[in-house]
Ligand binder design. Structure first.
Ligand code: NAP
Length: 549
């Protein structure tokens, strides 16, 4: 406060989050001469890769594609060590970029944005932080990640546990010591499947509490050959083009051939080749009908189930590990020695569909069948995906309506292109719900959104427009298109976080746009080419900088 007045800082844009999305947005808007400040609750850059530091955490997109492509210099200066980079290496990379572009001076760390209200009188955002001061900004841009709201299920007795308790998505910075301990891991998604082999090697005993058995295929990780990297660098512009026009943001495409039209021998050869080759989408890309035909999909399921039976020696354990849902309707998983881990003497698998967890006790966990004594519980129970991170802030648009009111409580999710939402003027969402985001290589989707947003802001500035808002009919049409696209696929047939089905009480509905990054980019480019069709734009009610408090 100065002279009885509240000190208010004003920026052209405030960005929430200093992960891959936030720091590129900062660089891009700074280049265009906007005043911008990024707020980050952690004490450093990294976002997802800052928090998910559990043992075994790696990326499941190949490193050479999981990096920024906007700067040739950055591409040439950074060398990835292996096909699937580990979390510390990815974090080093983000730090390298932040340092190289001198981004930290415009990032305020250790500061969480708690509320953001659109001021309809002056057409700007009023933003509060947990540090207790007010900021105003013409544009409010969320770069909060799709998987940043950790989900710890509300289990009876949770607070009574006397041992150590962790969530993979909020892993501590200090080393967690598993040595000799009785560890329980709840959850077998990508995070659990990565962490379990590591924890098993150190723990006295590891008990895995599995609700849904998973299809997982070997990552086949390996160190990169320098000649291979040189070749990639030489051809990067071509590779980038392929990534941008692809389905999932990697430079490969599903084959057109149909699984149901080839012989079982050909199918098995293909699946075996995919198994040996590794890669997140390799198995799914073997045939054009695996994502749409249940009968075709069943052939890939059978192949993976047979592999699990071959790997896991104890057949009772193998039975419990048999996945039954439609392959690819939950995020595919790649692993290193996951199923092999169940051959260890110190690992037990508990099927919690057969014996549900009844409560957490002070000394462990009780299921319908038994008491498990544990020194540590690791929750690998995932996230309130895509919409959850927004609800950690109180975001209010026109008429004081909160985003939570708009999207939660059974209401249908509505956005325009996953970038903006009606009633929330001058707010952008980088890789928001109803954009391809989580179904793609995030870096490709992030760069596309950041560049598109930056172009839109330049367009507004050039045309003397200061306010934009998604028009309701455009939003209705896009949200309908997202739902219809999902209905054509097999995705709605499973209870996945893509469908919001992992969170109790969350309205069921497809969260990302499933049409692929290539088509999505084309749609966004057409919207821009038509003068940002579907957006209402106008001049601000009053000069923003004349406002005094
Ligand atoms: P997840 O895929 O949602 O898996 C959560 C696990 O916890 C599932 O096995 C789930 O069972 C179980 N679970 C949830 N609630 C439970 C409850 N109340 N009781 C018992 N079990 C419960 O979460 P995640 O493994 O953290 O992965 C989320 C996403 O993050 C991934 O799909 C991926 O996109 C990303 N990720 C990527 C990487 C990578 O790049 N390699 C690594 C980690 C994560 P159900 O299946 O029955 O719901």
């Amino acid at each position: 406060m100065t002279g009885g007045q509240l000190d208010v800082q004003h920026f052209d844009a405030v960005v929430v989050g200093a992960g891959f999305a936030g720091i590129y947005m900062l660089q891009k808007l700074r280049e265009s001469g906007y005043s911008i400040r990024v707020y980050e609750s952690a004490d450093n850059v990294g976002g997802t890769w800052y928090h998910n530091r559990y043992p075994g955490a790696r990326c499941d997109i190949e490193s050479i594609y999981y990096n920024y492509t906007f700067s040739e210099e950055i591409l040439n200066e950074w060398t990835w060590s292996s096909r699937y980079a580990e979390q510390p290496e990815i974090l080093d990379y983000i730090n390298f970029v932040a340092d190289k572009l001198d981004l930290r001076r415009d990032i305020q760390f250790n500061t969480r944005i708690t509320t953001a209200r659109f001021n309809e009188t002056y057409d700007f955002w009023e933003i509060d932080t947990d540090a207790g001061y007010l900021i105003t900004a013409k544009y409010f841009i969320t770069a909060i990640g799709c998987l940043s709201a950790s989900n710890i299920p509300n289990m009876k007795g949770l607070d009574s546990f006397k041992g150590e308790m962790y969530h993979t998505g909020k892993w501590p910075h200090e080393e967690v010591d598993f040595k000799g301990k009785r560890v329980g891991v709840i959850g077998t998604g990508s995070s659990g499947i990565q962490a379990i082999p590591f924890i098993a090697k150190e723990a006295g005993h590891l008990t895995v509490f599995q609700r849904t058995p998973q299809y997982s295929t070997p990552a086949q990780n390996h160190a990169y050959d320098p000649d291979f990297l040189r070749q990639i660098r030489r051809n990067y512009s071509e590779i980038k083009q392929l990534m941008c026009s692809s389905m999932h943001g990697v430079p490969s495409f599903p084959r057109e051939e149909l699984a149901i039209e080839v012989s079982p021998e050909v199918r098995n050869q293909r699946y075996e080749k995919a198994w040996q080759e590794g890669g997140l989408f390799t198995m799914l890309y073997q045939f054009g009908d695996l994502g749409f035909g249940e009968q075709a999909n069943e052939t890939a399921q059978e192949f993976i189930r047979a592999k699990i039976r071959q790997i896991v020696r104890d057949q009772k354990t193998a039975d419990k590990l048999m996945p039954k849902y439609i392959y690819g309707t939950k995020r595919p998983i790649i692993d290193t020695d996951y199923f092999e881990t169940y051959n260890r003497d110190n690992v037990t698998l508990v099927d919690i569909k057969a014996e549900p967890i009844e409560e957490i006790t002070p000394t462990g966990l009780r299921t319908a069948e038994a008491d498990y004594e544990l020194d540590m519980i690791v929750f690998a129970t995932g996230f309130d995906a895509m919409t959850g991170p927004f609800f950690k802030m109180d975001i209010r648009g026109r008429g004081g309506v909160s985003l939570k009111e708009k999207w939660a409580g059974g209401a249908q999710l509505k956005t325009y292109l996953g970038i903006a939402t009606a009633g929330f003027p001058n707010m952008f969402m980088i890789t928001g719900p109803q954009s391809p985001s989580v179904l793609s290589n995030m870096l490709v989707s992030i760069e596309q959104h950041v560049e598109w947003i930056s172009d839109f802001l330049d367009y507004l500035r050039k045309n003397n427009q200061e306010v934009f808002e998604a028009a309701i009919p455009a939003e209705e049409a896009w949200s309908q298109q997202c739902r219809e696209a999902a209905e054509m696929s097999l995705l709605p047939k499973s209870d996945s976080w893509y469908m919001g089905a992992n969170i109790e009480g969350k309205p069921r509905g497809i969260l990302p746009f499933i049409g692929g990054v290539g088509l999505y980019r084309q749609i966004c480019d057409e919207v821009a080419a038509k003068g940002y069709e579907g957006f209402l734009t106008g001049q601000a009610s009053r000069a923003l900088h004349n406002k005094s408090y």
